[in-house]
Ligand binder design. Structure first.
Ligand SMILES: C[S@@+](CC[C@H](N)C(=O)[O-])C[C@H]1O[C@@H](n2cnc3c(N)ncnc32)[C@H](O)[C@@H]1O
Length: 280
């Protein structure tokens, strides 16, 4: 955090703001664990986890096709930013040895409860994607869905993914897609809406595009970023055999027809979610 230079202590660029930002990210997700917004059921009950899972795969029916939860039987799989552990559970049910880490104690407590209810083993712990508490070359698969664009130093987290992955191991990561209909249509509409309201409530800095991407996860979400394929190619350049898949969730606020049109015509080339699958 600090470097000694000429007998005086200087702060490395943007270190303190990053620490503050990381704390805000932790606070936000700790009080809004991802998936809880779609149900009013009591957190931690079996009915709650069932409903979270049902909703997830109803609105993201392509997950198993893209990820292939059953391809990692007997392998060491880690999910970074596991949230409520819905995807982690699919790997576990299919025979993988699973580890889940998340920045927030709330998510980790819920993941432990979920696996206990199902009687499956899990190693779940609070940890930071930017400083993972694992040895080099530990995992056969590093999986992360919708997480690394919420951490201040995304590149550092990707470098950590590379470090803990075994040689020949797989990575599957989803990051928000900058070259998407969500950005092309959403940003002008967002500008108009804000002009109409004549205020900048909720804006947390970083420009209008960054702000539009941030509010995708809620107006109080402190940080959200999106990347183009060119940017992802650069960020993941150490990985081999890089392949990309673009998709989009069914949007619960959109009418059925708009969702159908989006899925049939746009989602596969300008959806808001871009997966990278690659190897070390
Ligand atoms: C949008 S949620 C996604 C959760 C889960 N992957 C899912 O798909 O439901 C983002 C998650 O990333 C976690 N997160 C954000 N920054 C992180 C970091 N630096 N290290 C670990 N987890 C982080 C948050 O706590 C939150 O649970």
């Amino acid at each position: 955090m600090y470097k000694l230079k000429n007998s005086s202590i200087i702060m490395t660029q943007s270190t303190i703001p990053d620490v503050q930002l990381k704390n805000s990210v932790r606070e936000f997700w700790n009080s809004h664990p991802c998936g809880t917004q779609f149900t009013n059921l009591e957190w931690g009950s079996k009915a709650f986890f069932d409903e979270v899972e049902r909703f997830r795969y109803a609105t993201q029916p392509f997950m198993n096709t893209i990820v292939g939860f059953n391809r990692f039987r007997g392998k060491n799989v880690i999910e970074i930013g596991c949230g409520l552990g819905t995807d982690l559970m699919q790997f576990a049910r299919n025979g993988a040895h699973v580890t889940g880490i998340d920045l927030t104690p709330q998510s980790i407590a819920l993941v432990k409860r979920r696996f206990a209810l199902e009687g499956l083993p899990v190693r779940a712990m609070v940890a930071d994607a930017e400083n993972l508490p694992f040895e080099d070359n530990t995992f056969d698969l590093v999986y992360s869905f919708g997480v690394l664009h919420h951490t201040p130093d995304t590149q550092k987290a990707i470098d950590e993914v590379y470090r803990i992955l075994k040689p020949g191991g797989n990575v599957i990561i989803m990051l928000y897609n900058k070259t998407s209909l969500h950005v092309w249509l959403g940003v002008p509409l967002y500008v108009l809406l804000r002009l109409q309201k004549n205020n900048s409530n909720g804006k947390k800095g970083g420009g209008i595009v960054r702000d539009w991407i941030r509010v995708y996860d809620g107006t109080e979400n402190p940080l959200g970023k999106a990347y183009s394929k060119t940017e992802m190619e650069r960020m993941f350049s150490k990985f081999k055999n890089r392949q990309y898949t673009i998709c989009d969730s069914y949007r619960r606020h959109l009418p059925k027809l708009a969702n159908t049109v989006n899925q049939k015509l746009f989602a596969s080339w300008c959806g808001f979610w871009r997966f990278i699958k690659a190897e070390k």
